[in-house]
Design a protein around this ligand. Structure first.
Ligand code: ADP
Ligand code: 5GP
Length: 208
C-alpha cells in the first residue's frame, strides 16, 4: 500500500482582472504538472491565444443556461457582464483521485465553492496599486477601453472583500509573488485532512 493515499488540494485563486493571476497560475502549473487546472465555461469571446477547452470552454448564453438547468456547475456567476461557471464532476473526480486542482475564479465563485461544497483553500492576489493595475490592464492590449473601465470599477469592491481569504499575495515583483504562491501551495498540500489514513498506515507496522 502507498504510505500516503492523499486527496487532491483545491486551491482557489482570485484576483481583480489584470492583477497577474493567469501569469502566476501558468507558472505554478508548469512547475507542478501533476496539478490540473479547473477549466471554466464562459460566455465571453476568446482572447487572442486562448484555446477552447484549455483556457476556457467557450459556450453560448443558451448553452450556459441549459447547463445551469442540468446542475452542471459547482458554482457559476455573472462577472463583468458575462457568465462563468465551474463544471462540478471533473473537479470532484480529480480531487478524489489525489490530483490537485487550481481554480481561477472570482470572489463570488470562491465564496460559493467554500460555502456550498466546503471545498478549497483560497488565495487572493493583489495588485501593488491602482495605477499599476490600470497599467497592466491596458498593457495586456486585449480588452476595449470600456471593458477596462468596468474591470477597474469592479476591482475596488473585489479587493474590499479580500479579508476572508486564507492567504493574500501582493503581485509586485513577479518572482517574489510566485515564490509566495508556491509556498502557499506546498504548505496547503501538507494539511492533515488531505492525508486520510497516513498516520494509521505508518503506525500499522509499528512495534515496540
Ligand atoms: P489576470 O489573469 O489577473 O487578469 P494577467 O496574468 O493576464 O492577469 O496579467 C495582466 C498583465 O500584467 C499581463 O500583460 C501580464 O504579463 C502582466 N503582469 C503580470 N504580473 C506582472 C508583474 N508582477 N509585473 C508586471 N507585469 C505583470
Ligand atoms: P477573464 O474574463 O479575465 O478571464 O475572467 C474574468 C473573471 O472571471 C476573473 O475574475 C476570473 O477569475 C473569473 N472567473 C473565471 N472562471 C470563473 C468561474 O468558473 N466562476 C467564477 N465565479 N468566476 C470565474
Amino acid at each position: 500500500m502507498k504510505p500516503d493515499n492523499r486527496l487532491g488540494l483545491a486551491l482557489i485563486i482570485t484576483a481583480p482582472s489584470g492583477a497577474g493571476k493567469s501569469t502566476l497560475i501558468k507558472r505554478l502549473l508548469a512547475e507542478f504538472p501533476t496539478a490540473g487546472f479547473s477549466v471554466s465555461c464562459t460566455t465571453r469571446s476568446p482572447r487572442p491565444g486562448e484555446r477552447d477547452g484549455v483556457d476556457y470552454e467557450f459556450v453560448s448564453v443558451e448553452e450556459f443556461k441549459a447547463r445551469i438547468g442540468r446542475d452542471h456547475f459547482a458554482e457559476w456567476a455573472e462577472v463583468h457582464g458575462n457568465y462563468y461557471g465551474t463544471p462540478k464532476q471533473g473537479v470532484l473526480d480529480s480531487l478524489a483521485s489525489g490530483r490537485d486542482v487550481i481554480f481561477d475564479i472570482d470572489v463570488q465563485g470562491a465564496k460559493l465553492l467554500k460555502g456550498n461544497l466546503n471545498l478549497g483553500r483560497t488565495v487572493f492576489i493583489l495588485p501593488p496599486s491602482r495605477a499599476e493595475l490600470a497599467r497592466r490592464l491596458a498593457g495586456r492590449g486585449s480588452d476595449s477601453p470600456e471593458t477596462i473601465a468596468r474591470r477597474m470599477a469592479n476591482a475596488r469592491s473585489e479587493i474590499a472583500q479580500a479579508g476572508w481569504f486564507d492567504h493574500l499575495v501582493v503581485n509586485d515583483a513577479l518572482d517574489a509573488a510566485y515564490d509566495e504562491l508556491r509556498a502557499v501551495y506546498l504548505a496547503e498540500r501538507a494539511r492533515p485532512e488531505l492525508h486520510p489514513g497516513l498516520l494509521e498506515s505508518i503506525l500499522g507496522g509499528w512495534t515496540g
